[in-house]
Design a protein around this ligand. Sequence first.
Ligand SMILES: Nc1ncnc2c1ncn2[C@@H]1O[C@H](COP(=O)(O)OP(=O)(O)OP(=O)(O)O)[C@@H](O)[C@H]1O
Length: 764
Amino acid sequence: MSRHSDGPGELRHDDEIGHEQEYVSMLYARLDGMREQAAERLTAELRATGGTRQAQSQRDDTVRMYAEQVEQYSAVENGLCFGRLDTDDGARRYVGRIGIFDTGGDYDPLLMDWRAPAARAFYLATAANPQGLRRRRHLRTRQRKVTAVNDEVLDLAAASPTAHEELTGEASLLAALNAGRTGRMRDIVETIQAEQDRIIRADLPGVLVVQGGPGTGKTAVALHRAAYLLYTHRQVLSSRGVLLVGPNETFLRYISQVLPALAETGVLLRTQGDLFPGVNARRAEPAEVAALKGRAELAEVLAAAVRDRQWVPDEPLEIEVEREVLRLDPETVRAARDRVRRAGRPHNLARALFDVEIVHALADQVAERIGADPLGGENLLEEADRAEIRRELREEAEVRATLDQLWPVLTPQRLLADLYADPARIAVAAPGLTDAERALLHRAPGGGWTPADVPLLDEAAELLGEDERAAEARRARVRALQREYAEGVLEIARGSRSIDVEDEADGGEILGVTDLLDADRLLERQEEGDRLTTAQRAAADRRWAFGHVIVDEAQELSPMAWRLLMRRCPSRSMTIVGDVAQTGALAGTGSWADALEPYVAQRWRLEELTVSYRTPAEIMAVAARVLAEIDPHLSPPRSVRESGVPPWDRTVPAGRLAAALTDAAVAEAAALTDGRLGVIVPAGRVDELGAAVVATLPEAAVGEQPELESRVVVLTVGQAKGLEFDSVLVADPERIVAESPRGHSDLYVALTRATQRLGVLRAG
Ligand SMILES: Nc1ncnc2c1ncn2[C@@H]1O[C@H](COP(=O)(O)OP(=O)(O)OP(=O)(O)O)[C@@H](O)[C@H]1O
């Protein structure tokens, strides 16, 4: 239903483009002005020194504000303005990535932020329900040039009978969907569909689950929702922060440019492996071990492991203090332990109470001996003497060593490493597991942490409580982040150096910011004011409570991972997006109710997305057969388009698979004009098949974190999760299915990664 507005009384198409170009150029000129002004102010603030502590701290806030502005104004460069609304009453409003106002006049909006309530009609208006609009115009731009305008007249009488009434801006949408992929996800701000808009703008409080098949835009919606929430609830969310959790680092890199292009830089993107500050969990482990570690019972196992470290000896302990031997009976230790446990404090914080109990018992022995009345009367020591004895005992190395043995202060890492390393400890802590399961937990110390360890470390941290050492480690992490931030600000100032150069052209001997200030000095200044962005403070602090948490590919999370996330979000303001038909992790979820109800009972809302924007109908028909194997009651999403290219499926002799795959990759790569080819292979064959493809196509990327911008990428299903390519080859699907009890879901994921072409190669 898109048509050019060259009807009677309207400008011709070329004239329209010329007319819009003028407006868009004016907007870019404003943007340049805003960026230069922010850069100038940033430079001036960075040069300023002296003043009171309060003045310095205010200056640091201002530095941060200008640095963010310079970044934001640069990030919205592409597609700054993409729409125009003509209302029934003859008004015109332009819609774009940020709001721009006419600062010279009455502060009139020159460009409306897409998130503003008044911009909503751009996404919702239809001919049947025009929302006060006469016309919606999509402007397409390349760099700063307007290349096309596309109009929809929102009038039922004028609407074309062939139009898809439910699609908004069909021509622009199809152009976006058919464009070649770049290896980086793009934002969809120009073509958000009505069903997506409803989710993006849903209220902040509560748990919202977005369920949708492959390619329905769940990730896109989650990211735009983050941007929308930050805009609409800036005050709450800029102080508490927004956390977005994704399945792996490759995926986070894939989506990393979307929020900056929407002028939002404050969202913390993390994988599960990064959610315990100070730990970078990248070690791999077998799927069944990860699945076991994800089970909810592990919380009880860890609690038992902590109790097991509160040791009661079988025999009395002898402690030598100044050549006297004191005895500590098992009963005394047990009584002390039980009393301390009843106080209900976390293990490390309870240690002080335990010390008091034990030192008391030891001091009584000393007092009995040295204060004994030779005449058989009452003990001669006063309370003050006893207190002095206790104080001295506390300082005794032998006493301290005994206390450390009986009730050691533990870090979460120590607790978990000791547990894994010792089958006897595992047996005590996990009596409910089978022998085989306990054997899976056993692991030699060292070698780093796995993502499935992270929720366990977090659970352990809760049980142990933060002692002084943990607090010190947190302060060290904050320092490191502050330094990183200081370097970042200087980098931005360096980027805005053209202003300094202009100063020099004036003949003045003006030093640039970075000649005057290095990261250390800026860091010193920041430390005084303890200035960090919310996201940075949140990243360093395990106990940070986020204002909103978004989880993508949420079906992969284990019950233990949910426990961790719920701790990070006590307000339970969350957006959870995923597809239970795509669950690959053995500990992942097959039901949203099972995953969520332990935390929020029935208080969560479900929204479904039903249209696949990525996968063309021909490919979806192939995937639908696999979906039926997962669950015959599930139906695949409806494809929004056809590609006109039938997918192919070929069987070759097993010994020829690598060669056939390489040939197919060469042919497919040659068929791409621009865009990307993804070759998805079984995890157990990625080395072999990756090497075969790279031998012929050296540009192909393969490995732990393959470069997604390469034209050809060879990867496993786990790595391909959430990604997409113009063309996809799936190798050895039988093996993909056989590799995991959730193999059909894996194959379903693999088959739905293509935007245009799909080929399947089977080993005969
Ligand atoms: N309204 C839209 N306009 C333009 N492109 C869109 C729109 N909605 C989705 N897309 C595109 O469709 C593709 C799939 O979107 P996305 O990755 O968000 O889907 P998903 O539901 O998360 O998929 P999966 O479950 O397979 O990970 C992306 O290229 C996205 O940009």
